[in-house]
Structures are given as C-alpha cells and as structure tokens.
Design a protein around this ligand. Structure first.
Ligand code: MN
Length: 338
C-alpha cells in the first residue's frame, strides 16, 4: 500500500462504518481467509462488518473462525442484497472484476458504497475508490496482513486473524512452494506463528480431511490423465457422470490440476471439469516457469489469473473443447519446450 492509500483508508475508517466484505465466486482458502481476517480486524476497530460470498465454499474451510456467519448470495439472497445496498464501504477481496462474482455482479454494480479492492491478480478493473493491487504478492491474505501492518495495527492481529491469514497464504502458495513465495512471505508467516497460528493443525484441517470418495475421484482423474510429450503438457478431464459416480462435493477437485506438473518435464497442466448445471467445462491451468497461463486463459478460454495459475471455461462439448485446446498448442511450442 502506498502512502496516499494508507491515508485515504485511515480517513475512511476514522468513524464507525457499515462494511461489506466480498470474496469471489467459488471462494478458496485465500478468498475465505482474507475476507474473514479483514472482517475480524475491522470489527475489532469498532466497525460493523459482514462477509458476503457469491456462493458456498468447501467443507475443509468451514472450521475457520467466523466461517459460519458468512452469508451467501445463493442461499441468503435477500439479506445479502440488503446488506450490500446499505453498506458504506465494500471491500472486494481476491478478485478484481465484477465478472468474478457470478449472479452477484448486479448487486455490486448498483451499490452506493465506496469500493476498496485488495487483490493480487493481473489487470484490475477500475471500479474502486482505493485499488490495492499487487501482482507480486503470494496471496490476498499476505496483502491483508500488509494492510493491517501499514495502518499501524499489527498488535490487533490475534490468533483468529493469524489463523485466517495463515490459511490463505498456505493454500495460495501450495504450502510455500510457488514462485510468489518470498522471504517476506516467510517473515509474515513467522509473525503469524508468534501470534498463535496453528500451523500444524491448519495443514491437517485443510489437507487431511479427505473422504474416501474424494480419493476415488482423484484416482479417476489420474486415470484420465493425457500426456502430450511434444508440448510438455498434461491434461485431465472429469465429466459430470464421473463426478456424480464419486459423490462429488464442492472442493473435491481442488488441487487435482497440480498432479500434471509433478511429472518430469511437464510444464503445462490443465484440468477440464464438466458442470452440467451451467452447461460448461470449467478449466484450470497451471504452469511451471515463464509460460503465462494467464494470457493463455484470457486469449482462448474467457478467463485469466496469474502467470502460473489461471482459470477459464468452455461452452463446447468435451471432445470439441479438447480438440480446440490441443489445436492451440503448436503456436506455443517454443514457449513450452525451450
Ligand atoms: Mn488468491
């Protein structure tokens, strides 16, 4: 955060405010962790806050302090709309475009409160009074830590806030191994541990609570893995029928895409997951090195994200989607194999 932003934010927060805090649709550990951490912090400062999510989030994040008070637009539609309409400040976290909140977009577009964006994705839209955007950050959670610290409130970070922030940093960095993990990230994490973050337990609560059917679904996904050696690329498909067969629950496919990258020489990993209800294939892209999956997703699959992690979608049937995807690879051969 720069000096002007800190000043502007301090001014906005100098009197008690009614504050809405919004993560992106299908919120992950960073989205839930950052919104809850910010909510706990702002309510400690005397504000009235609420986290309002576009839809539900995975079970493995429900242990987080405050998770059960989150309202979701799909299930608590009237309450959510009302709260956002009446909010004086609206923080949007871990996304930078109203296209990322699904059906909730209209609600945000019509809101009269001032927006504050905190986000680490590329190419932020211009909707906020304060845009705190930093693509070099490991996670939005690390940015929330930095924000609290910049406002001179490091002492207000308690165990609950530390646990929320730790979770988002851990999940967004692949447990501290992705490129955006800096020495500063580790210093932040060290401070969070000093403040009581349950580092060992958080890892277990998030990663070691698999159901047998999720592991079987993973088995199915790995069986479907296709390797395109020529392009150092691997992709996985999962159809709705397969998801149903293994009692798919929200969050079950989290992380599956990364298995492709664990193969020697594979630099580009993709997973295509059918969503019959929406009539689309949701796609996750991951890369190792300088190949930008953000650009790839933006250019061809109506999506975006970061250099090494992005998402997108396809409205074509599976085989057409795959054929189209494979047809794109020759033009990227140099970037994928050099
Ligand atoms: Mn994030």
């Amino acid at each position: 955060m720069n000096f002007e932003q800190v000043n502007a934010l301090n001014k906005l927060l100098s009197s008690q405010k009614r504050i809405a805090i919004v993560p992106h649709k299908n919120p992950d550990g960073d989205a839930i962790g950052s919104t809850l951490a910010l909510s706990h912090y702002l309510s400690k400062k005397g504000h009235k806050t609420h986290v309002l999510a576009p839809n539900d989030f995975p079970k493995f994040l429900k242990w987080m302090p405050g998770a059960h008070e989150i309202l979701n637009f799909e299930r608590h539609n009237t309450e959510t709309k009302k709260y956002i309409a009446e909010a004086e400040l609206i923080f949007t976290l871990d996304f930078n475009d109203f296209g990322r909140v699904g059906q909730m977009a209209g609600c945000l577009e019509n809101a009269s409160g001032d927006f504050i964006m905190i986000d680490h994705h590329q190419q932020p839209s211009d909707y906020a009074l304060i845009t705190y955007s930093d693509v070099s950050m490991s996670s939005t959670c690390e940015m929330v830590y930095t924000l609290i610290d910049s406002l001179g409130d490091n002492d207000l970070i308690d165990k609950d806030i530390a646990n929320c922030i730790y979770t988002g940093i851990m999940t967004d960095t692949g447990s501290f191994k992705f490129k955006a993990t800096t020495s500063k990230t580790h210093r932040v994490v060290a401070d969070l541990m000093d403040k009581g973050a349950d580092n060992v337990e958080i890892h277990q609560w998030v990663y070691d609570t698999n159901s047998p059917s999720r592991l079987h679904l993973l088995g199915c996904a790995l069986k479907n893995l296709v390797i395109l050696e020529e392009f150092n690329t691997a992709y996985i498909t999962l159809t709705q029928e397969e998801l149903d067969r293994f009692n798919y629950e929200k969050g079950d496919t989290e992380g599956f895409v990364n298995y492709g990258l664990t193969l020697d020489n594979i630099r580009f990993a993709v997973i295509f997951i059918e969503n019959k209800e929406e009539g689309i294939f949701k796609i996750s892209f991951r890369s190792a090195g300088s190949f930008s999956v953000n650009e790839f997703a933006r250019n061809h699959f109506d999506g975006g994200g970061h250099i090494n992690a992005a998402g997108g979608k396809s409205e074509r049937p599976l085989q057409e989607t795959i054929d189209f995807f494979v047809s794109l690879l020759p033009q990227y051969k140099k970037a994928l194999t050099e």
